[in-house]
Design a protein around this ligand. Sequence first.
Ligand SMILES: NC(=O)c1ccc[n+]([C@@H]2O[C@H](COP(=O)([O-])OP(=O)(O)OC[C@H]3O[C@@H](n4cnc5c(N)ncnc54)[C@H](OP(=O)(O)O)[C@@H]3O)[C@@H](O)[C@H]2O)c1
Length: 330
Amino acid sequence: MFRAILMEKGEDGAATARLATLKDSALPAGEVTVAVDYTTVNYKDGLCLSASGGGLVRSYPHVPGIDFAGVVEASADARYRPGDRVVLTGWRVGEAWWGGFAEKARVKADWLVRLPETISTRAAMAVGTAGFTAAQALMALEAQGLRPDQGEVLVTGAAGGVGSIALALLARAGYAAAAVTGRPETADYLTGLGARRIVPRAELAEAIRKPLEAETWAGCIDAVGGAMLARVLGQMKAGASVAAVGNAGGVQVPANIIPFLLRGVNLLGINSVTVPHAHRVAIWDRLARDLDLGLLERMIRPAVLAEVPALGAAILKGEVQGRVVVDVRA
Ligand SMILES: NC(=O)c1ccc[n+]([C@@H]2O[C@H](COP(=O)([O-])OP(=O)(O)OC[C@H]3O[C@@H](n4cnc5c(N)ncnc54)[C@H](OP(=O)(O)O)[C@@H]3O)[C@@H](O)[C@H]2O)c1
């Protein structure tokens, strides 16, 4: 038997989540069974936990949870043995497949990554999809030529999960990061993570009036999208790139073409879900090398499994700061 957050559809078509005890035989087919130590709550988890499933959940009953880290319990695949420490992010686990809000998960071997020695299963979930994507975004900007001496790098949605880890990674790598937040009370938290200055959300919230503004940012990791992304594009330095990670502020981007044409600005799409295995390993290695685990500890909001449904609702309202780490066995 194992405990899990189980989502079921009611007669009204709305899905609800509850803490349930399930038999091992309820687990889906898969090659590797993992005893989950920790999971986390991302924005996407909030969508999956909602009454509609956010258009992401394929079928019910469903166990959500897009990330987990734990220890291999049994494996039909030669690459994994009982006792191996593993992490899973992406591959639509927790959406199309049962996920990590459970004491046990069964998945395809190809989806797992062996954790680097220095990253505990708890730290792995403080990183989670949010941190993985932040590192992927920074690596994408660097692949386009971004270097610390080129100027300030903007991080939008800074007090959220992606933003928080992006700030910590940028600071460790020597970049001057500017943090956009709509929550002024998080300023100490953000500067503690390494932000050199805070940009109030209101300064970038207004729709663009002119296509080009002063060349300000050497790079941008954008978790917000919407009108803010459109605005930021007009403030990028010539040849600079924006890594488009999220849509916390909206999916419609009322952008102007001129920054692309006159400044050669690049918009890089970041998709953390289907990253090939070798690149996943490289991203986790970068996190192991360049993420200050002391800073990571400051971002953690500890939680237990029973709190997950409420945390899902809170993250959709933008009320969660940093990274939720759920001790699944507590
Ligand atoms: N592309 C991918 O593979 C991938 C992977 C992970 C996440 N994502 C996406 O990235 C985004 C961030 O994820 P997350 O886990 O970091 O979520 P999160 O913890 O909820 O952070 C999002 C942050 O965005 C800001 N924000 C929220 N609503 C806003 C609004 N209406 N206008 C402007 N800013 C707003 C808030 O930051 P402040 O309070 O500091 O303003 C909030 O903390 C989400 O859209 C998520 O779906 C995409």
